[in-house]
Design a protein around this ligand. Sequence first.
Ligand code: ZN
Ligand code: ZN
Length: 278
Amino acid sequence: MNRPAMGAHHSIAGGIQNAVGHATKAGSDTFQIFVKPNRQWKPPSFTSEQAEIFREGARGFLLPPVAHASYLINLASPSPETRQKSILSLVNELSACHQLGITDLVLHPGSHGGDGEDVGFTRIKEGLEIAVEKAQGGCFVALEITAGTGKNLGFRLEHLAKIRDEGPTERLSVCLDTAHLFGAGYDLRTVEDVATLSEEIDRVLGWQTVRVAHLNDSKVPFASRKDRHEHIGLGEIGEEGFRAFLSLPRIREIPGIIETPSGEGMDRINLAKLRQLS
Ligand SMILES: [Zn+2]
Ligand SMILES: [Zn+2]
């Protein structure tokens, strides 16, 4: 591949199939969606005709689309009720991905809410085991690195490796978000930083398990444990960092998704900036 396949997160308002048109309009080579309104518990709802239109449309892209799981899901929650709802939602979303021909569903590992990391990891592992067992199809759960805000797990590469190794390994992949890595304390501002990070990713996780990249600049400082996305090249990571990150061989093979502030034509501008740097 000459350059990485990159695209934006697109809306499914008005029907899941509408995302394809938005992606085409933004010039996305691949794209990301939520398979349902992301701040509601209600399950995904689309007809088989809508799914067929989506699958058909998605074939026209350089790489297939990916999905991001609902923000409500917290497999590590102290509340048994929330854990139950989270598992059910994950089952429904994985099954929806299967119907839509989507192979990776990006998930934030979860927040233990003060109950401690060990308890949190056990809950995540158990929740994932049940969810992948019950869901239709074989969609991967792509565990996303987090910035480590609050009691959120997943802010160390080792966390993702632990969940993957102790959970349903063959169904778990990894999503690397540049803004989250940076917030969590993995520097990627220079060529040297990116080379060091790349070695660490390979040692701890193995690059082959990374199946999705989120390409976001950061509004907040290095190692701030905060997560606020900025337009590409205008944030704390900057152009040199993105140029180096985009040159990594694995990043050139997998979907690279921007989750930068959208609004008037900004997706197109951010994608153009990334292409210029790649
Ligand atoms: Zn995310
Ligand atoms: Zn992300």
